[in-house]
Design a protein around this ligand. Structure first.
Ligand SMILES: Cc1cc2nc3c(=O)[nH]c(=O)nc-3n(C[C@H](O)[C@H](O)[C@H](O)COP(=O)(O)OP(=O)(O)OC[C@H]3O[C@@H](n4cnc5c(N)ncnc54)[C@H](O)[C@@H]3O)c2cc1C
Length: 411
């Protein structure tokens, strides 16, 4: 009687992508060892759940796929196979319900990541997945074994295949620090430079402005600008003035285009409409009302409700002579130019762009010139806005890489 060979696969990185790969592999009778540098797995997943775990989005598949921009075509197959619907079913299978918020975003009913992760790890361990924490992967030795550094020792491990799910470069203190970039570059693999995504930006605020208004929100503001490729972006939402610039959901949503325009042109200026519900004529009409001995500041406040950070932005961003010319001021209130000079550092960003290029991997996500080495999650070269798109693509690519391993090993 001959017994079937049991394959052994190393998954390196215990975030959502790596754990999903481990799950799919274990379901196919493969021995799975998950290695992670940190003392526990899923730290960024837990952080993502802090303000409410937005795990996916309920919008129609075509719009959903459009969120991945230029990488839509390479991600479409895996997201069609495992997208929002499948992810919600998978969560249900772990014993949790989900709901759709007013914006179409999908959350677990209790909004939390921790119970979900706990249940998932329990199920993985029951399926025989072994999790090795405090194992920092350092590359391969001359014998082709995977090398790890642990607090006590160095280890070399042989596996039939490996799934790398090492994350991007944001929030490095949670484990994904992008140190893998140089390891893979040494193997001749093309990596698009990691860059901040879903991030804030620096503006050259004066000390006078930032000391007064840092932390002040702008609600339902309308921002518009033309990107380096000539596309006009116009979007309404909320953002916050920070000590050094701007951040918040509206800025994150536009961050890919703002960043790319800065990369191409050195800086980018967006126009902020302080009064999106008023026409320039209505503004002019309000401004030309007699103001008697009142100052312009109190006139703006009384007639147009412009005070606080809005008034501060006018003073900060407009040339002084505009304030003596009512018509110019009326026009400028609908297009306050805010100049951004640099994205905030990647360590502060919600996610990162760049990573292992899709030219370097095949459709199963195996690195073309490293047999049996697969990649998944944020370390691949795609990006998406917040809204659950990041996690969905991490899960989907983890699953895709695992299916690729299975196909390869059983070929
Ligand atoms: C503040 C914040 C909020 C977020 N909110 C959301 C949200 O609401 N919705 C959403 O969709 N996404 C959100 N995200 C993004 C989402 O969390 C990430 O896209 C996702 O966790 C990436 O998954 P991953 O498995 O690719 O990598 P990670 O989750 O980063 O996991 C990578 C793992 O690899 C390990 N690792 C790295 N290098 C090594 C090494 N050399 N050796 C061993 N192990 C290593 C790390 O320790 C880590 O555990 C948020 C992110 C942040 C920072």
């Amino acid at each position: 009687m001959c017994s079937q060979r049991v394959f052994s696969v190393a998954v390196i990185g215990g975030g959502p992508a790596g754990l999903m790969a481990a799950e799919v592999l274990s379901q196919h009778g493969i021995r799975v060892d998950v290695y992670d540098a940190m003392p526990s797995v899923g730290r960024k997943f837990l952080l993502a759940g802090k303000g409410g775990m937005n795990i996916t989005h309920s919008e129609a598949q075509d719009s959903f796929l459009s969120r991945y921009g230029s990488q839509r075509s390479v991600l479409a197959a895996m997201l069609n196979a495992f997208g929002a619907t499948e992810l919600r079913q998978w969560i249900y299978g772990l014993g949790f319900d989900t709901f759709v918020g007013s914006s179409g975003r999908v959350f677990p009913t209790d909004m939390k990541a921790a119970p979900l992760l706990r249940a998932w790890l329990h199920r993985l361990r029951d399926a025989g997945v072994k999790i090795h924490v405090r194992h920092r992967w350092t590359g391969w030795n001359a014998d082709g074994e995977l090398t790890f550094v642990t607090p006590e020792t160095e280890r070399a491990i042989r596996a039939d295949a490996v799934v790398l799910a090492l994350g991007g470069g944001s929030w490095p203190r949670l484990g994904s620090n992008g140190a893998w970039v140089s390891i893979l570059e040494q193997q001749g693999i093309r990596i698009a430079p990691l860059q901040a995504a879903n991030c804030g930006f620096d503006s050259l605020w004066s000390e006078h402005f930032s000391s007064r208004f840092a932390g002040q929100p702008l609600k339902s503001a309308v921002v518009s600008f033309t990107d380096a490729e000539g596309h006009v972006h116009r979007q309404q939402g909320d953002f916050v003035v920070t000590q050094t610039g701007v951040e918040g959901s509206l800025i994150y949503a536009l961050s890919r285009y703002l960043r790319d325009t800065i990369n191409a042109q050195g800086c980018v200026t967006f126009d902020l409409d302080l009064l999106p519900h008023k026409t320039p004529q209505q503004i002019l009409h309000a401004l030309t009302k007699p103001r008697g001995s009142a100052s312009l500041s109190s006139h703006l406040r009384k007639q147009l409700n412009i005070d606080g950070v809005k008034a501060g932005l006018l003073r900060e961003c407009l040339p002084v002579d505009v304030f003596n010319q009512t018509e110019r001021l009326a026009t400028a209130i609908k297009a306050v130019p805010i100049r951004l000079t640099t994205p905030r550092p990647i360590a502060e960003a919600i996610s990162s762009a760049g990573g292992v290029t899709f030219e370097a991997v095949n459709q199963q996500l195996m690195i073309k010139n490293l047999a049996n080495v697969f990649c998944a999650g944020e370390m691949l070269d795609w990006e998406a806005p917040t809204g659950g798109y990041l996690l969905t693509a991490c899960f989907a690519s983890g699953r895709q890489a695992a299916l690729g391993v299975i196909q390869r090993l059983t070929e």
